[in-house]
Design a protein around this ligand. Structure first.
Ligand SMILES: Nc1ncnc2c1ncn2[C@@H]1O[C@H](COP(=O)(O)OP(=O)(O)O)[C@@H](O)[C@H]1O
Ligand SMILES: [Mg+2]
Length: 268
């Protein structure tokens, strides 16, 4: 049965999509895991990047088709061995309207992705969900469908803004909709070039999220990671290998954490 993970932060441009894509890529390619990446962002950046990297020229299906049909199977694209994607297109922006006309009940509206994933969870080891940076039906559906959230911490900023809002909202989802989701970790990301981790931000993050929850691995700023937006993910030289290592390091720490959660029982 798949472990379902959403990468969260209520701000744009903090590296959510990059992290979702890279963790999916590394797990399927170098860890021999079966992975599904679900693109819940109508901008479709995650699906485009994965398709480009795998040499798939066109994605002519959309998650919205699956939502309308009540079955996601036909919109799963097999982009590489072990790596499947459910792509998003801009038309998916109409999801809220669709949900309100289909369901009267709020819980049903936010739980539809969860319901649609149930029949396919056993086909995968991991399911990643990429979300837009908004508090919306998109992120609500992702939270309801996920077992874990990996929260992005902007490690160069003096404020914990995006990550802090995320935690508050998570609590709201637990209180109002009985969401069954656990924080897998808080991942520091350096998005500006030449920057260092701001230690006071890390310290405050530890106070806020718990010492053990803030990950020791940091996603560094690497030009190569940005270049892959254009070229697709490659593995040809030492710069590529350095960029891959960032995410295999994240995975090694993350998988260890997940294992500990599973052993201890999610809520003990
Ligand atoms: N570690 C990194 N080093 C350099 N550039 C990065 C890194 N992570 C993300 N980027 C770039 O920053 C931009 C925003 O990242 P993205 O993952 O799309 O953020 P979000 O999904 O949170 O909006 C993209 O152009 C991406 O290529
Ligand atoms: Mg994104």
């Amino acid at each position: 049965m798949a472990t379902t993970i959403v990468v969260g932060n209520f701000k744009g441009g903090v590296g959510k999509t990059k992290v979702s894509v890279m963790l999916s890529w590394e797990l399927s390619k170098y860890y021999n895991k079966k992975v599904l990446l679900v693109d819940m962002d109508p901008q479709g950046n995650a699906s485009t990047l994965i398709a480009r990297s795998a040499g798939v020229s066109e994605l002519n299906t959309s998650i919205f088709d699956g939502f309308q049909k009540g079955d996601l199977k036909d919109c799963i694209v097999n982009v590489a061995d072990n790596l499947h994607v459910i792509p998003a297109q801009v038309s998916f922006k109409n999801l809220p309207k669709f949900l309100y006309s289909k369901f009267e009940n709020e819980i049903d509206q936010v739980s539809y992705l969860n319901q649609l994933l149930d029949p396919i969870r056993s086909d995968y080891d991991y399911i990643f969900i990429d979300v837009p940076p908004t508090i919306s039906d998109f992120s609500d559906n992702a939270m309801m469908a996920a077992d874990y959230v990996l929260i992005i911490l902007q490690a160069q900023e003096l404020s914990l803004e995006g990550a802090e809002t995320y935690i508050k909202y998570l609590q709201f989802m637990v209180d109002n909709y009985d969401a069954d989701i656990q924080v897998a970790g808080v991942l520091p990301v350096l998005l500006r070039p030449g920057g260092r981790v701001d230690m006071s931000t890390i310290e405050r993050a530890k106070e806020m999220f718990g010492e053990d929850n803030v990950m020791k691995t940091v996603v560094k700023h690497l030009e190569r990671l940005k270049a892959w937006d254009v070229t697709g993910i490659t593995d040809n030289d030492q710069h590529d290998r350095k960029a891959h290592k960032v995410f295999t390091d994240v995975l090694d720490e993350l998988l260890e954490k997940l294992e500990a959660f599973e052993e201890g029982g999610k809520y003990e």
